[in-house]
Design a protein around this ligand. Structure first.
Ligand code: URA
Length: 212
């Protein structure tokens, strides 16, 4: 697994405002959207393209178009939904599949409660959207779900990651042939005993949608 922490002053600035407990939900949603677009730019560095001959007003040339099959963007419900528009701004022709996963707050185990994805993801590059890489359980389960359906290249975009989550994810994916990259705006200090990222930003879903 490859971890890419995006180091850019605009990313750090937006993340600081997101972390602030005084930031309200509308601002939190807007900044999440902007931050994801910046992360998506890095996350799509290896998106597959094919050569395409075109003619400009001045003459013929060969450029590139996104390759087929189209990339698949997979927001993990609920909080990953707040990242979808920011991602689709850069990849408007991607397809979107949904994965509903919930974490048991006592055992911290992740389980799937809903899915709307093609049965066959062979040859697909998948971009998983999950704001908080905390214990790593949800992301590991989501990645396994996608690779079991044939996805052959996975990039996860997370606003924040905890070192424990990165380690757990690495262990959980041990032996997996499929390349996995995690792109995040910051690697925080630790997890607390409730499984929250410290300093983190609190519960991403609650802050996005204004409910606790
Ligand atoms: N999920 C969140 O929303 N926040 C955390 O800090 C950890 C998991």
């Amino acid at each position: 697994m490859r971890l890419h922490v995006v180091n850019h002053p605009l990313v750090s600035h937006k993340l600081t405002v997101l972390r602030d407990e005084d930031t309200d939900s509308p601002t939190f949603r807007r900044l999440t959207d902007e931050l994801v677009t910046l992360l998506a730019y890095e996350a799509t560095r290896e998106v597959r393209v094919d050569p395409r001959p075109i003619t400009t007003p001045v003459g013929p040339t060969t450029g590139v178009y996104l390759a087929q099959p189209k990339p698949m963007v997979v927001p993990i419900l609920r909080a990953g939904l707040g990242m979808l528009d920011g991602m689709m701004r850069l990849l408007p022709t991607a397809e979107v599949g949904f994965l509903g996963m919930v974490r048991n707050e006592e055992t911290l185990e992740a389980s799937t409660y809903a899915e709307r994805l093609p049965e066959d993801l062979s040859g697909r590059q998948c971009y998983v959207l999950d704001p908080m890489l905390a214990t790593g359980g949800t992301l590991a389960a989501a990645i396994r779900f996608l690779t079991d359906r044939g996805a052959d290249d996975i990039t996860a975009i997370c606003l924040l990651a905890a070192p424990e989550g990165v380690d757990n994810l690495e262990k959980a994916l041990d032996g997996l042939e499929v390349p996995v990259t995690v792109v995040t705006a910051a690697l925080d200090e630790k997890l607390n005993d409730k499984g929250y990222i410290v300093p983190g930003l609190g519960d991403a879903g609650d802050r996005l949608y204004g409910v606790a």
